[in-house]
Design a protein around this ligand. Structure first.
Ligand code: XMP
Length: 513
């Protein structure tokens, strides 16, 4: 396996993605956590030093532990990683008078396994630069492998020690053959086999769960989403009836969702499932509450209460299973240092483990979203489940600004069903990260069949995204939006106007509350 040392680049995760796509298992760890003991325990076959926003000349500039260079394994430094490597091994880095961003074309200077299959004589290769400082003098032992007109040290290497440095970012798509370059490093230079597959991961994960849980009892909250479903099926495969799945219906799920979850687990997998219809409880406690954060807190708190009651019914549980994903786990190195502000209090069943003295089992902690989907396929989850758009824990509660009532939830469910149905019919569902409707607490005047109406406005939202952290609105054709609006206004009582949300994230968020 490979180790990625993070210096805070915006695209560090992409390095991991690229490596895993070529069958190399890897983990990202912050530079200040990777010391000699860590390197010895993790025992990587190759190390990649990421880019980062710092300059090696800053006070307290992040550095790599020398143990990395002394471990006798191949090291690749990308951008800031290259500069750190030069700075620490006896080369010289210079502050940039001009910062260089964007496209550059490199050409080969000498043959090297790092460029295997690329840059045949005289060819130029597009790469993506993004840096302020640059290497001015190479460390002893290093030579130039490739250069560009603006970057004499575009790729440098000490082939003896198998140390490489690139001034550009091979992990981004704008570096045309970046994936091949990284593969040349892991497979060619470091001799890794690249045999990490989902089937292998599944077998390993099952062994790990068995070792972790032993004869303990596990309780798992299902949300209807892919992550918790995949986690539950995997854990069930590992420990069978020691797992209890609980699905809490808070009355704010999408149309048909509860039935689908129940039938997937009980019929498709024959996994026992406790289905708690708690809609009266949730809607009752939410009555009259319009503040978004209050709604979130009420729902989060009730989830824990319901869960606790169910856990007691089965005689207590030793573990709580969660579908936490890798992007939530990575301790990112913030360029600005300080902790990030809370924009929204995201809801999960946090708080419960302490209250009930349970340990966490998180079998998806090492996976990215699309890898979870691949694992779901491996476990036989139906495609309709795997491709589902994400749905927030508080459900429709945060898509009904203002007070929530059962009637409003029903109206929203009906409208949303039409919207999603039209998206599927147009073949756009998989292109969109998330699409949903929001029922606004605003009535407007309309006219239907010569009669004045005074009914609610429905907002449609659809975004593209790769991880939900940033997003852009989906550019539907106007005819499509018109079709959806007509159907909703004709078929859903209580809605007489439809609008489309064209806000990106940032500055907006995906959900409205
Ligand atoms: P925002 O609205 O913050 O949403 O841009 C980013 C992604 O997170 C989902 N989301 C949640 N998911 N519990 C969840 O499990 C929550 O409380 C929650 N709030 C937002 C949202 O749907 C989007 O995919």
């Amino acid at each position: 396996r490979a180790l990625i040392v993070d210096f805070g680049s915006q695209v560090t995760q992409l390095i991991a993605r690229r490596l895993r796509e070529s069958g190399v298992y890897c983990e990202i760890h912050p530079f200040n956590k990777v010391d000699k003991a860590f390197v010895e325990t993790y025992d990587p076959q190759a190390v990649i030093l990421s880019g980062g926003p710092s300059s090696v000349y800053w006070d307290e500039a992040p550095m790599a532990d020398m143990a990395i260079f002394e471990a006798g394994i191949p090291v690749l430094g990308i951008c800031y990683g290259q500069q750190v490597m030069m700075h620490q091994l006896g080369g010289r880095v210079e502050g940039g008078t001009s910062r260089e961003f964007g496209r550059a074309f490199i050409e080969k200077v000498v043959d090297d396994p790092f460029l295997e299959g690329l840059l045949e004589s005289g060819e130029h290769e597009q790469v993506w630069m993004s840096h302020g400082d640059h290497v001015a003098e190479m460390a002893p032992g290093f030579g130039v492998i490739a250069k560009s007109p603006g970057a004499p040290y575009a790729i440098i290497a000490d082939p003896e020690r198998k140390f490489y440095g690139t001034q550009f970012h091979p992990e981004v798509v704008h570096t045309t053959h970046g994936r091949q370059i990284l593969r040349n490093f892991t497979h060619g230079v470091a001799g890794m086999k690249g045999d990490w597959t989902m089937a292998a991961y599944r077998a390993e994960a099952i062994e790990k769960i068995r070792a972790e849980v032993g004869k303990g009892k596990v309780i798992c909250g299902l949300s209807g989403g892919v992550d918790s479903s995949v986690a539950a099926v995997l854990i069930h495969e590992a420990i069978g009836e020691h797992l209890t799945c609980v699905y809490v219906d808070h009355g704010l799920m999408r149309h048909g969702e509860s039935e689908q979850v129940v039938s997937l687990f009980r019929e498709h997998y024959n996994i026992p499932l406790v289905h708690v219809d708690a809609s009266d409880l949730f809607l009752g406690k939410l009555a009259g509450v319009s503040d978004p954060e209050k709604k979130r807190k009420i729902i989060g708190g009730l989830f824990i209460d319901v869960f606790e009651t169910e856990a007691k019914k089965i005689g207590g549980a030793d573990f709580l299973a969660q579908g936490t994903l890798y992007p939530d786990v990575i301790e990112s190195v913030s360029a600005l240092g300080g902790p990030s502000v809370t924009i929204k209090s995201h809801h999960n069943v946090g708080g419960l483990p302490e209250r009930m003295n349970m340990k966490l089992v998180e079998p998806l902690r090492e996976l990215f979203k699309d890898e979870v989907r691949a694992l779901g396929r491996e476990l036989g989850l139906p495609e309709s489940f795997i491709g589902r758009h994400p749905f927030p824990g508080p459900g429709l509660a945060i898509r009904i600004p203002g007070e929530i009532t059962r009637e409003k939830a029903d109206t929203l469910r009906k409208a949303d069903l039409i919207y999603i149905d039209e998206i599927k019919k147009a073949g756009l569902y998989d292109e969109i990260w998330q699409a949903f409707s929001v029922l606004l607490p605003v009535n407007t005047v309309g006219v239907m069949g010569d009669v004045r109406t005074y009914e609610a406005v429905l907002a449609l939202r659809a975004v593209t995204s790769t991880d939900g952290m940033t997003a852009d609105y989906y550019p539907f054709e106007h005819a499509f939006l018109g079709r959806v609006a007509t159907r909703i206004i004709n078929e859903v009582q209580g809605v007489n106007r439809v609008v489309y949300d064209v806000t990106s994230k940032p500055p907006g968020t995906i959900e409205w509350e």
